[in-house]
Design a protein around this ligand. Structure first.
Ligand code: FES
Ligand code: FES
Length: 156
């Protein structure tokens, strides 16, 4: 049965009519055409689909739309824009912290959530925060450097 769900996605109020069991990822990608959020494993194991839900990084493949009624969602499209990129996006580009790029939107979301709760993390804290985000290209070390670069840029 279709359910009416209210969301605030990247600052815009949205009304969604969908089966309550539909994943948030499917709503974002297929209904709202926000395709920057990736489908990886579909089983809450890789972090490619991470989005912020009320500021917390969560796997959108494993969250039903019915469970996020009234929530504030931020996807990679809402983190920054080409004109005004997020400091993490600037740092990832500067460090060339990616290869194929498939995992990066989920990793940026996890990193953004970390910086919200801890604006000055250590390298170990960054590693721990990104621990559940898989990167098949093995670019993790560059990503950790990029997050630390973003931290430094915000302090200078
Ligand atoms: S696609 Fe959601 S965690 Fe892998
Ligand atoms: S950059 Fe290719 S999977 Fe991470």
């Amino acid at each position: 049965m279709l359910q009416r769900v209210q969301l605030c996605v990247n600052g815009v109020d949205r009304t969604i009519h969908a089966d309550g069991g539909t994943s948030l990822l499917a709503v974002l990608r297929d209904m709202l055409k926000l395709t920057g959020t990736r489908f990886g494993c579909g089983a809450n194991q890789c972090g490619a689909c991470n989005v912020l839900v009320d500021g917390r990084a969560v796997a959108s493949c494993d969250l039903s739309i019915g469970a996020v009624d009234g929530k504030r969602i931020t996807t990679i499209e809402g983190l920054g824009t080409p004109e005004k990129p997020h400091p993490l996006q600037i740092a990832f580009e500067a460090e060339q912290a990616m290869q194929c790029g498939y995992c990066v939107s989920g990793i940026l979301i996890s990193a953004a959530a970390l910086l919200e709760r801890n604006p000055s993390p250590s390298a170990e804290e960054v590693r721990n925060a990104l621990d559940r985000n898989l990167c098949r290209c093995g670019a993790h070390n560059r990503m950790v450097r990029a997050v630390l670069r973003a931290v430094a840029s915000r302090q200078s």
